[in-house]
Design a protein around this ligand. Structure first.
Ligand code: CTP
Length: 403
C-alpha cells in the first residue's frame, strides 16, 4: 500500500484563512492535508494576519501564502488562476464576515474573489462567538450557502476567545480533514446504511468494578469514518468516548447485553453490519448493587456466558444484508477465523493476530487477513488503521456489487 493512497493524494486544495482566534488551527489543518498527500495553496485575509503570521503557514503548506489581489509578480490575476486550478477550496476558520461576503458575492479581497471564481467544491468551517453564530443573519447566510451546495463543517461547543465557553469553536482539525476527504473521495456507499460496533464491552461486578478488555475502538471508528467519507449513513454503537467521525452518529452502550439490543435494533434498518467490538464472552452472573467491601473477604465471582451478538445477527440476516465480523486470534489465525466465518454466517471476517507487534488493541496500526466464503485469504500488511479500514470498505463494496 502506498503512503498516500487516500482521496487527498495529489489533490490541489486552496486553504483560505480568515481573521478569527482559531486561525492558529489552520496551521495544523495545512500540515494534516500535506501529510495526506494534498498540495496546499494557502490564502490569508488581512485580518487573519493579525492572529498568525504568514511565515509558519508558508513553511508548512506546499507553497507560500498569498494575501493580495494585486502585486503578485507571478500571476497578474491570481484569483481566477488559484480558484480555477483548485480541486477544492477550504475556508478554516471562516468568520461571520466571510460568510456574509461569500453569500452576497461581495468580492473584496483575494479569498472572496477566489471563492467566486471557482467551480470546485467548497468546504467552509465557521468559528465565532456563540451570540454571532446564533444571530439570524449568520443562520440565514449558512442556510443559503448550504442550499447552494457549500459544505459546512459546523462549529463545536467549547472554549472561545476571551475566556468564554459555548457553541462556536472551530471543529477539530481531524474532523475538518475528514470532511474534505469525504467531499473528494469516492461516493461508492452513497445512500447505504452502515452500523459499526466499536470498543470493548464492560461487564459490571459491582457498583464500581467491571470486567473489561483492551479494545480501544480505534479500528471500528476508522471503518465508520471511511464508510461515512464514502457517502454512507453511519451509526457507531460504541463503548468508548472517541470523538465521532464526521458524518456519523454514536449510540453509547456499555455491556454486551446493551450492545446486543442496540445492534439488533440497528440491524433491522441497516444494509451493512460490522461487528468490530470486542464483546466480553463472560460476565458476572450477579452484580452487587453497592461496592463489594474488602472487609468481607475475596469475593467468588461466578461468570456466565454473554449472548454471541454476531451469531444472532447472522441467524437473522436479511437478504442483501452484508455481515462483517472480526476475529481476534493468537494462534491458528486463518483456521480459527474460517470457522467463525462459517459458524456465524458472515460475508467477510477480518482476522488479526493480537499477539503480534503493532497489531490490534490500542495501536494506531494493524495487520489483518480478510476471509470471504469460497475465496482465498487476502492479507493486509501492517498499515494505519484508516488504511486497513479502506481495504475493508473496498471489500464490502465489492461484495455488494457482486450481488
Ligand atoms: N462477538 C459477538 N458477541 C460475543 C463475542 C464475539 O458478537 N459475545 C463478535 C465479535 O464482535 C467479533 C466476532 O464475534 O466480530 C469474533 O469475536 P472473537 O472474540 O474473535 O471470537 P469468539 O466468537 O468470541 O470466540 P473466541 O473468543 O473463542 O475466539
Amino acid at each position: 500500500m502506498t503512503q498516500h493512497a487516500g482521496p487527498l493524494a495529489g489533490k490541489r486544495i486552496v486553504l483560505g484563512v480568515t481573521g478569527g482566534i482559531a486561525a492558529y488551527k489552520a496551521i495544523e489543518i495545512a500540515r494534516r492535508l500535506v501529510d495526506a498527500g494534498a498540495h496546499v495553496a494557502p490564502i490569508m485575509t488581512d485580518a487573519a494576519q493579525h492572529f498568525v503570521g504568514t511565515t509558519t503557514l508558508s513553511a508548512l503548506a506546499s507553497e507560500p501564502v498569498r494575501t493580495e489581489l494585486w502585486h503578485d509578480p507571478e500571476t497578474p490575476i491570481p484569483h481566477t488562476k488559484v480558484g480555477q486550478g483548485a480541486d477544492l477550496i477550504l475556508v478554516a476558520p471562516a468568520t461571520a464576515k466571510l460568510l456574509s461576503a461569500y453569500r452576497s458575492g461581495f468580492s473584496h479581497d483575494l479569498l472572496t474573489n477566489t471563492l467566486l471564481a471557482t467551480r470546485a467544491p467548497v468546504v467552509v468551517c465557521p468559528a465565532m462567538h456563540t451570540e454571532m453564530w446564533e444571530h439570524p443573519s449568520v443562520v440565514d447566510n449558512i442556510a443559503v450557502l448550504r442550499e447552494r451546495g457549500v459544505h459546512i463543517v459546523e462549529p463545536e461547543p467549547g472554549r472561545l476567545a476571551g475566556g468564554d465557553t459555548g457553541m462556536g469553536r472551530l471543529a477539530e482539525p481531524a474532523r475538518i480533514v475528514a470532511a474534505v476527504e469525504s467531499v473528494l473521495g469516492p461516493r461508492d456507499l452513497a445512500g447505504v446504511r452502515v452500523v459499526v460496533s466499536a470498543g470493548g464491552t464492560r461487564e459490571p461486578i459491582d457498583a464500581v468494578r467491571v470486567i473489561a478488555n483492551r479494545s480501544s475502538g480505534k479500528q471500528g471508528y476508522a471503518i465508520a469514518a471511511e464508510a461515512a467519507a464514502r457517502g454512507a449513513d453511519v451509526t457507531i454503537v460504541s463503548t468508548v468516548e472517541l470523538s465521532p467521525p464526521f458524518g456519523t452518529t454514536v449510540v453509547a452502550v456499555e455491556t454486551a447485553s446493551q450492545m446486543e439490543a442496540a445492534m439488533r435494533e440497528a440491524a433491522s434498518s441497516n444494509d451493512v453490519i460490522v461487528m468490530a467490538a470486542a464483546v466480553a464472552d463472560f460476565r458476572p452472573a450477579t452484580t452487587a448493587g453497592g461496592k463489594i467491601k474488602k472487609r468481607d473477604g475475596v469475593p467468588d465471582i461466578v461468570l456466565e456466558p454473554t449472548p454471541d451478538i454476531l451469531a444472532g445477527l447472522g441467524a437473522a440476516k436479511r437478504d442483501g444484508q452484508v455481515l462483517v465480523g472480526f476475529a481476534a486470534e493468537t494462534d491458528d489465525l486463518v483456521a480459527n477465523a474460517q470457522a467463525k466465518l462459517e459458524a456465524k454466517r458472515l460475508d467477510l471476517i477480518v482476522a488479526n493476530d493480537v499477539g503480534a507487534a503493532q497489531v490490534g488493541f490500542a495501536h494506531d496500526t494493524n495487520a489483518v487477513t480478510m476471509l470471504r466464503p469460497g475465496a482465498e485469504p487476502v492479507e493486509i500488511d501492517l498499515a494505519a488503521k484508516r488504511d486497513v479500514a479502506r481495504a475493508v470498505i473496498d471489500t464490502i463494496v465489492e461484495i455488494m456489487r457482486a450481488r
